[in-house]
Write a protein that binds this ligand. Structure first.
Ligand code: MG
Length: 402
């Protein structure tokens, strides 16, 4: 029985993690859950999985949860805020922490889990994007195993199994191309929120779906792969594969290429991470290659989707630059989702903030969480300043058009 704590239990990966657990009740127990503001769903999860420790965003949520669940009677500890995330991340007993928060908020609790010696199933890619070098160092010190939940990184992890690092020549990340693949730049510039959220293959949270539309998600995954697999940025390539059947590939020095395939379903990489080094059965649709018929591949359009190359520029720039890029992107995506800016402004804001950082701080070395959070805070302020200085709501978003 593997004992799990889940950070972000009511989100997309969190709920699918609990589905995998529900399909394998003898394999896993749920010890601790951290949610944000979806108290109704958290209450259902508590009924179903009986954790001993839970966390919510704030006191209002805590009060609502107390009304719905008799926590004291059931011996369930309730925590709030950042301390709550840390309590769930370091809760004992626990064998594996599923880090499924979205964005920078997941960094501190995931680092706390690493320092507590917990193995990590990592869906929260911003942790590696913001602090890859630091997390890698801490993982070695605390003898922690990192299991990727991102579908591409899970594919690479599976393809690398049993291989020697020195035999790897290239990692090839596949990319669906998102909802705007093949669109003219002008049409993308004024795309609506609805259009950007309409991902052709994957059912994911709003933030990552927007990142998929801009290809920023693939850029963040390049950075994630650089640290997760400790490979040079030049060894990481991206190929567009619209069917999302081949989840990524590894090329070895003898030119042999190993790929991992499957239907696009996050429950598979989640199950791989949860069960490692074993595998568990999943009752979900299976890949039928004859039914799939064909698999297409093409080079990414780096001009129309400049966010991909911003990631390589950040990796080459400074140790803090990926955190800067990530923070600028969180602010610009939130502004787009709120109808405040056109889609095209996401990439322009991200580029402007990254360039401003590189102009001042090229070669900056990071050696603490505080350094990273300082870079993150600076970038958020820069991005907000830039967005506020522009002319307010633009046409092109759902709200803007209305
Ligand atoms: Mg992915």
């Amino acid at each position: 029985m593997k004992r799990l704590s889940v950070l972000g239990s009511t989100g997309s990966v969190g709920t699918q993690t609990l589905e995998v657990v529900a399909q394998n009740p003898d394999g896993f127990s749920v010890e601790a859950l951290a949610a944000g503001r979806n108290i109704e769903l958290l209450a259902e999860q508590i009924e179903r999985f009986a954790p001993k420790c839970v966390a919510v965003a704030d006191e209002a949520g805590a009060n609502e949860l107390r009304k719905r669940v008799k926590l004291d009677e059931r011996g369930i500890a309730l925590h709030t805020g950042d301390a709550g995330l840390e309590a769930v991340a370091t809760h004992e007993p626990c064998d594996l922490v599923v880090a499924a928060l979205v964005g920078a908020v997941g960094l501190a609790p995931t680092l706390a889990a690493v320092r507590a010696g917990r193995d990590i199933a990592l869906a929260n890619k911003e942790v590696m994007v913001m602090a890859g070098a630091l997390v890698l160092r801490e993982m070695k010190v605390h003898d922690v195993t990192l299991l990727p939940v991102d579908s591409e990184h899970s594919a690479i992890f599976q393809a690398l199994s049993g291989q020697r690092p020195e035999d790897v020549s290239r990692i090839i990340l596949t990319c669906s191309g998102g909802p705007f693949r093949g669109w003219e730049a002008e049409r993308i510039e004024s795309a609506s929120v609805e259009e950007a959220l309409d991902h052709p293959n994957w059912d994911m949270g709003a933030k990552i779906t927007i990142d998929s539309a801009s290809l920023m998600n693939k850029g963040l995954e390049v950075i994630e792969a650089r640290w997760m697999f400790d490979v040079a940025p030049e060894q990481i390539d991206v190929v567009v594969h619209p069917q999302s059947i081949v989840h990524s590939l590894v090329e070895f020095r003898d030119t042999s290429v190993l790929a991992q395939l499957g239907l696009p379903d996050m429950r598979v990489p989640i199950a791989v991470a949860l069960a490692h080094p074993e595998r568990v059965a999943l009752e979900i649709p299976r890949l039928d290659l004859a039914d799939a018929g064909r698999l297409d591949f093409e080079a990414p359009d780096r001009e129309t989707f400049p966010c991909l190359d911003l990631a390589y520029r950040a990796l080459a720039g400074s140790e803090a630059a990926p955190a800067v890029l990530n923070a600028a992107n969180e602010v610009s995506v939130a502004a787009f989702l709120a109808g405040e800016i056109p889609f095209g402004e996401i990439a322009r804001t991200n580029a402007a903030v990254l360039d401003a950082h590189l102009a001042e701080k090229a070669g900056l070395v990071v050696d603490s969480l505080a350094d990273i959070l300082a870079a993150d805070g600076w970038a958020r302020a820069q991005a907000r300043e830039r967005l506020e200085a522009s002319d307010g709501p633009k046409t092109g978003s759902v709200q803007g058009v209305a």
